[in-house]
Design a protein around this ligand. Structure first.
Ligand SMILES: Nc1nc2c(c(=O)[nH]1)N[C@H]1C(S)=C(S)[C@@H](COP(=O)(O)O)O[C@H]1N2
Ligand SMILES: [Mo]
Length: 200
């Protein structure tokens, strides 16, 4: 189902929120390279591995016990459309790492986000630690629909939306940067919409 996002009233303020080369839409398209998987929250295990002192596995239910955040974020697809003011509920990835006692090795500089379907995307360490970067399961006050990554997706408001990995199940900390799914198909290794880091 496609929901209409309420119009943002102040036009100048709205324009200032739209990165170059983007057109605002109120339609929140579902864009997926793979088939929408069925993910059972009772068996979903999120793993944190790679350049960490000790790998950690956590259950979906454990996420519910962490400080719950509800945030508004703008969503910028590299193909040129943006959806403003979507509301997301979940937890900060940094809070998840802290609560589960993950100690990141000083050698770690990048993270590969891993999905149930095999989709991956790479992020610099500072982006994953950014308090704005969240694991989310609510969208505009409702459970996140499967086609939008439910029951669990990543939200990286500072980068293009291909970094918002749907159906997340893991994080691999890495010393060197490695290309994920779209990055190995010509998308930019970083993906800042304000710098138009679309393609490499
Ligand atoms: N697992 C997975 N996550 C993904 C994708 C994908 O193909 N697979 N597409 C990305 C891209 S290119 C975009 S623009 C957004 C789209 O999110 P939406 O389908 O909720 O609009 O999801 C991102 N996350
Ligand atoms: Mo995209």
């Amino acid at each position: 189902m496609i929901k209409r996002i309420p119009e943002v009233p102040d036009e100048a303020a709205t324009r200032a929120r739209v990165p170059p080369g983007q057109a605002v839409t109120t339609r929140f398209y579902a864009l997926t390279a793979e088939e929408v998987p069925v993910v059972d929250t009772t068996s979903l295990v999120i793993t944190v591995h790679g350049e960490v002192e000790r790998p950690v596995s956590l259950q979906y239910a454990q996420l519910m016990t962490l400080p719950h955040l509800v945030r508004s974020a703008d969503f910028h697809c590299v193909e040129g459309w943006s959806v403003l003011g979507t509301t997301w509920g979940g937890v900060a990835v940094a809070d998840v790492l802290k609560a589960t006692g993950v100690v990141v090795k000083p050698t770690a500089r990048f993270v590969m986000v891993e999905c149930v379907t095999g989709y991956t995307t790479n992020l610099p360490l500072d982006v994953i630690m950014d308090p704005e970067t969240m694991l989310v399961w609510e969208w505009n006050g409702l459970p996140l629909p499967p086609e939008h990554g439910g029951p669990l997706r990543l939200l990286v408001p500072s980068l293009y939306a291909w970094k918002d990995a749907k159906w997340v199940q893991g994080f691999e900390f890495m010393t060197e940067d490695r290309a994920g799914f779209w990055e190995s198909r010509g998308y930019h290794m970083h993906g800042d919409p304000w710098k138009q880091e679309r393609y490499s």
